[in-house]
Write a new protein. Structure first.
Length: 411
């Protein structure tokens, strides 16, 4: 049987306390960012989210798995960041708290949340998760670009700067020069992984909300390059192909059941890690994906085991137009709440996995035309040979939010 190799990349949210202190905002325009100098208070020791915020981690992850299942295609490599999409939608919602916010909260699987709750949750993720591990580079950047003639709602801008640390640019988005300015910002924030994100407008482009998430993390225990070999990978719907297969024998978190095996490879101090779900030979990746849920991922009960790991090094990149997919999750009611026409929404994502660690980036842009805004006595190691389709996700141990989700199919 031919096999398919799928990959998930998820970064999970973290438990933290936040405060919403006011502060002075220095505004610059014509290409310079408006920056909010206010930061949330440092979290209490051992926490990231308040108990109230923690209850929304599972629903937010459920949104991520739902979006992934509707977006990924059988047999093709794929990577995405549902969190990046959620942050763009949160920025577009801003200080609203009516029917549109209810629709957004429902789409994010947290119908009880209001606008303030969403903004505070996203603010904590943006401001606190990058501080969890000094050995892991996690950067989250947001901006609103607007045409010079477009009317800005001051309270909306205040929300963007206070909760989303958003820059604000005044640009002619209908000119190539204006769009190039945003692309330059995206290229810089993704460290060159995503050089362009702005869609070519089909109508007058007044507002552009953009989010970038960038991650670079070294394995806690790196793979030895001397052990990497060219070995066969077996897609479900394709001929065998040679890939660079990394190898390591290590004691790590391991879990198994009848339909799949799972391992968690830690980064840095162990708070962040990549979890890989490898279907058993008799299970197809799509069968595993269909059953995937945030509850299932949270229930993975890892135990420390000796594991003989074989894992391909790979590069995956994807482009996604999320609006039709989000419509299936209830986005139409949210978009209808705007006095605007959403012209286009696009996400680009890329991930690189090798012997040293992983590097990933996602950029999401939402364009709007709007009026306003061994020894037999020693246990033998488990064999984990990822030479066929598997799922993976990157997560932070303390809690559970999804930053990236994707698949690798050897194609």
């Amino acid at each position: 049987m031919k096999h398919l190799f799928k990959i998930f990349a998820l970064l999970l949210t973290l438990s933290a306390c936040s405060s919403n202190d006011d502060g002075n905002v220095e505004k610059k325009q014509n290409g310079d960012a408006q920056q909010d100098t206010v930061a949330l208070a440092l979290p209490e020791a051992g926490t990231l989210l308040t108990s109230g915020q923690q209850q929304y981690v599972m629903p937010l992850n459920e949104f991520s798995t739902n979006l992934y299942k509707l977006s990924a295609k059988n047999g093709s490599d794929f990577v995405m960041s549902p969190l990046s999409i959620a942050l763009v939608l949160g920025m577009a919602n801003g200080d609203k708290d009516g029917e549109g916010t209810k629709a957004l909260a429902s789409m994010l699987c947290m119908p009880e949340a209001n606008g303030q709750t969403l903004n505070e949750l996203f603010a904590t993720i943006i401001k606190q998760t990058p501080t969890i591990d000094e050995q892991v580079t996690l950067e989250i950047a947001n901006n609103l670009s607007h045409a010079p003639y477009a009317a800005l709602n001051a309270s909306h801008v205040d929300v963007l700067q206070k909760y989303y640390d958003a820059s604000v640019f005044e640009l002619d988005l209908n000119s190539q020069e204006g769009r190039d300015s945003v692309d330059h910002w995206c290229n810089e924030k993704t460290h060159g992984l995503i050089p362009k994100i702005v869609p070519t407008p089909t109508a007058s482009l007044d507002f552009l909300f953009t989010n970038v998430i960038y991650l670079k993390a070294m394995w806690t225990k790196q793979f030895d390059k001397a052990n990497t070999r060219r070995l066969y990978f077996i897609p479900e719907d394709g001929e065998q192909k040679m890939v660079s297969m990394m190898a390591s024998l290590d004691t790590i978190g391991y879990y198994e059941q009848d339909s799949f095996q799972a391992i968690r490879l830690p980064f840095g101090n162990g708070k962040f890690g990549m979890t890989i779900l490898l279907p058993r030979q008799q299970t197809k990746l799509n069968d595993l994906t269909t059953q995937l849920s945030a509850e299932q991922l949270q229930a993975l009960a890892f135990t420390e085991e000796a594991v003989d790991i074989h894992l391909p090094s790979f590069v995956s990149e994807s482009t996604l137009e999320p609006l039709p997919i989000l419509s299936q999750l209830g986005a139409d009611k949210f978009i209808d709440s705007f006095n605007a026409a959403v012209i286009e929404m696009v996400q680009k994502a890329k991930i690189i996995v090798n012997e040293e660690g992983a590097e990933a980036a996602a950029a999401t842009a939402m364009a709007i035309e709007s009026e306003a805004i061994g020894d037999t006595n020693v246990p033998q190691p488990k064999i984990f040979n990822a030479n066929h389709p598997f799922l993976y996700y990157i997560s932070e141990k303390t809690t559970g939010t999804i930053f990236f989700i994707g698949q690798y199919c050897g194609q």
